[in-house]
Design a protein around this ligand. Structure first.
Ligand code: FAD
Length: 269
């Protein structure tokens, strides 16, 4: 990917695209004709590109099997979850306050059940998103397309939540006085960019014959279940005491001693 500065000869902005949603964010069609871009405009630089290509050729590196998209997709999932939660919370609030036929509409199963499904589905998508984000942060390889899973589920639940929010708000939901019609338009993009839902399913599908077939989707976490030392056991009294001692020492100990302590307490990889 290259950074092309504005005003580069040969680059032209053809038109601004008129979108269904995300209208505050501009998206434009660009054309490049005999456009010369210096090598040092390569994002990340040529050395980094060479190193990554070399790792890919050897089939190594972080997430080499599935590429860097696995690490960026949880970010899109998080954005989609924001829309999903906003829509869901708005719908619940509206349904609790709007009265029809003698009571709040949320007391009807026809209104409450789809919201109950959404509550569970949004939480499930959020857990997928947290898992994938944790994996990216800790350098755990994405063998089962966990990043794609998070993006697929979060984007699709965002579309459903926004649609349901319109339904719950009735006629007002369709009118731009309420924010839900905007969230509906915005939500749809998440099933398209950074790989469409079909592409996410393709990516996940490709892992099924090899990785997923090996057994249940339990991750072999580094050390003793994640970033916790076996010596101090997660949630144990020993860990709590060690933490207290460490906090006291941290006020006086030099940085080098603290780093050594941190290395001893961290799990083996
Ligand atoms: C607002 C906006 C912002 C964007 N921002 C970015 C950005 O920042 N960076 C970037 O790189 N891209 C960006 N995109 C582009 C976006 O990622 C692509 O539009 C998207 O990946 C789909 O590609 P396409 O439009 O070429 O659709 P197509 O590839 O033409 O696909 C059309 C349909 O066919 C389906 N399809 C295609 N191939 C298959 C297959 N093999 N099996 C099953 N179904 C298939 C697709 O899922 C889709 O439903 C943006 C798009 C929009 C609308």
């Amino acid at each position: 990917m290259f950074v092309v500065p504005k005003g580069t000869p040969g680059m032209e902005q053809v038109r601004r695209l008129d979108k269904l949603g995300h209208r505050a964010s501009h998206t434009a069609e660009l054309s490049f004709t005999d456009c010369r871009i210096p090598g040092d405009h390569l994002l990340g630089g040529t050395d980094k590109l060479e190193r990554r290509l070399e790792r890919a050729r050897r089939g190594e590196g972080r997430s080499a099997a599935l590429g860097t998209f696995e690490q960026t997709r949880p970010m899109v999932a998080a954005m989609a979850l924001g829309v999903a939660r906003a829509s869901f919370e708005y719908a619940c609030d509206y349904a609790s306050r709007r009265e029809a036929f003698g009571g709040p509409i949320i007391e009807n199963q026809g209104v409450a059940f789809p919201l109950a499904d959404l509550a569970a589905d949004i939480d499930a998508a959020r857990l997928l998103c947290w898992r994938a984000s944790w994996m990216a942060a800790n350098g755990v390889p994405f063998h089962l397309a966990e990043g794609s899973m998070s993006k697929l589920k979060a984007s699709e639940v965002a579309v459903r939540a926004a649609e349901q929010a319109i339904q719950v708000c009735g006629g007002w939901g369709y009118v731009s006085d309420l924010p839900v019609e905007k969230w509906y338009r915005d939500a749809k993009l998440y099933t398209i960019f950074e790989g469409t839902s079909e592409i996410q399913r393709m990516v996940i599908g490709r892992t099924l014959a090899t990785e997923a077939a090996k057994g249940p989707q339990h991750h072999q976490l580094p050390g003793d279940h994640g970033g916790l030392s076996r010596r101090f056991g997660h949630g144990s009294l020993a860990r709590a005491r060690a933490g207290e001692v460490f906090m006291k020492l941290a006020k006086h100990a030099p940085q080098s001693v603290l780093e050594l302590g941190g290395r001893l307490a961290s799990p083996g990889r």
